[in-house]
Ligand binder design. Sequence first.
Ligand SMILES: Nc1nc2c(c(=O)[nH]1)N[C@H]1C(S)=C(S)[C@@H](COP(=O)(O)O)O[C@H]1N2
Ligand SMILES: [Mo]
Length: 321
Amino acid sequence: MLIKIPRRNEPLASEITPREIALSRRGFLQGLAASSLAAAGWSAPAIATESSTRQRLPAQRNAKYSATDKPTAYADATTYNNFYEFGTDKGDPALYAGSLKPRPWTVRVDGEVKKPLTLDIDALLKLAPLEERLYRLRCVEGWSMAIPWIGFPLAELIRKVEPTGNAKYVEFTTLADRAQMPGVRSRVLEWPYTEGLRIDEANHPLTLLTLGMYGQVLPNQNGAPVRIIVPWKYGFKSAKSLVRIRFTEVQPRTSWNLAAPDEYGFYSNVNPEVDHPRWSQASERRIGEDGFFTKKRKTLMFNGYPEVASLYSGMDLRKFY
Ligand SMILES: Nc1nc2c(c(=O)[nH]1)N[C@H]1C(S)=C(S)[C@@H](COP(=O)(O)O)O[C@H]1N2
Ligand SMILES: [Mo]
């Protein structure tokens, strides 16, 4: 076993703030907690379950739609992120999303609807009762988390705008502002980040318009102030920091599909039987369980939400990946 001698500039445990704990997941503080402090007989600092500064967001737990998985630690869920508008490294969003201004903020809801709407965040928060739902979210890269999200079914909003008979799909557009988002200068993706669902998928009771997590408003790095969560699809379908929801007759173009059409299809349902062209999708690493001896988990069809299967009856899920 390697015993690390503490360096002079390493902080004492008593000097480590919750923010530093949150930022420490991959950084040296974690190494410090695991090695030098442990070697000195100190226990690792408690993992923060929420930030002490963020605004609380009361919500009723919905047990019917909540997984029984152990929730991922808040510190992990807020420091291991994909949010390319703030950089492509997993730690970038936690480091750089502080420049995002989640208020004031409006979301435009339009397209093939009878009653287009522009809603600010306070109007969104009042649109329907807020629920807490523990959902699994699996990234196409092969890792997953279980997060207590707060929001309400997107169907509630869809009902209010009264889609026309031509509304077959829903397009989600997210903020692309160079002044607030350093990653938008890079050409990794076409900005703004867009995603889409078929209207029956958007109306499915699992599809959550999400305003918070862990009892609080969304941290910037997780898509403040409002995002979508589609738990049976790969994580990239769950677009962050939404500014527009548009109803369309034709299937919307999506950023990941434009970037690599063979790798990221429009449907992108979690499916252990359809491999990504460059890796298997049969198993996954649950963030927080990734010790050296920890076995990977088997990936479940539709990420363990079999109730959505009827949306795809008769469809060849290898063709419509
Ligand atoms: N606007 C935007 N939304 C996004 C992304 C992004 O880069 N930009 N990344 C997606 C991907 S790949 C994943 S896995 C999830 C991650 O969500 P989380 O960081 O809250 O866990 O957000 C998705 N939503
Ligand atoms: Mo992802």
